[in-house]
Design a protein around this ligand. Sequence first.
Ligand SMILES: Nc1ncnc2c1ncn2[C@@H]1O[C@H](COP(=O)(O)OP(=O)(O)OP(=O)(O)O)[C@@H](O)[C@H]1O
Ligand SMILES: [Mg+2]
Length: 313
Amino acid sequence: MNAIETNSLTKIYSSSFGKKKITALNDFTISIPPGTIFGLLGPNGAGKTTLIKLLLGITFPNAGNSKILGKEVSDYKIKSRIGYLPENHKYPPYLSGKQVLEFFGKLSGMQGFELNRRIDEMLDLVKLEKWKKIKVKAYSKGMMQRLGLAQAMINNPDVLFLDEPTDGVDPIGRKEIRDILMNLKEMGKTIFLNSHLLSEVELVTDRVGILNKGKLIREGKVSELTERKQEYRIRVEGKLPQTITENLLAGQSITVLSDGAYSLKLNDLNELNSFIDQLRNNHIIITEVLPLKNTLEEMFISLIYESDKESVQ
Ligand SMILES: Nc1ncnc2c1ncn2[C@@H]1O[C@H](COP(=O)(O)OP(=O)(O)OP(=O)(O)O)[C@@H](O)[C@H]1O
Ligand SMILES: [Mg+2]
């Protein structure tokens, strides 16, 4: 059973005058197994928040359906197994961290000793124990996001939706949030996160989806999406002699990288191995052979660019 599943989900908003329609999500299908950290990436207005709202049953689709832990999202019982950190969340500034969690815990039906124990557990998880009694108006952005995570986790959900959990947070705060997410994954939670911060997502997610103008244009493991086809970095002691670069590499694409290593485009692994044989036969010492990868950001920009070009045509 998948933790999250959508089937041809489509959401069309009408503008206030009812004339212009916006297709915020278009035939969106995805399956996310339990225990996965899934990152949904997309430019502003791509439809990321709309998807979360549909999955939470806050808004309704024009077509298609979705399931959480095998149950239709309209089944209200499933809500007790879901946690949600909204985009740009704000808590009343005069409440302390503990009071915020008390409020949300009570909404989830907790009270008394159980609620107090859970609040302490959550504050410990997000490292805010010492700030328990301090009003949230004194919290930094990073602390507010961590409190938001504690709030999303208060009912011990199995599936967590986090909309831009590291927005506006500095690098140290982001690392702290990443550590919490890894911790939650180890507990077996499924985490669905929306983010613009690609380097962030690269570090923490198992799989990513790329959304543009409501369409899922790519989905897969980060390592698969960032793989460059048969391109290798080769480093040797000294330089490759001209005889090799001229003769042996005739017809092959080789470039010298800025740090003196060579980048080589080949058709397959056999070609790579015969090239290495040629170097070895020429007594050249190889110090590194590395498959080259794109960063997630490079891949994201080129995919969005291609998809925008196609949609204009
Ligand atoms: N309630 C609404 N009524 C009308 N249009 C809406 C509504 N909510 C969202 N939209 C439109 O739907 C599209 C998708 O919006 P959405 O907020 O889902 O994007 P997003 O990917 O979350 O963007 P961001 O990265 O800026 O948070 C946008 O064009 C937006 O203007
Ligand atoms: Mg959004």
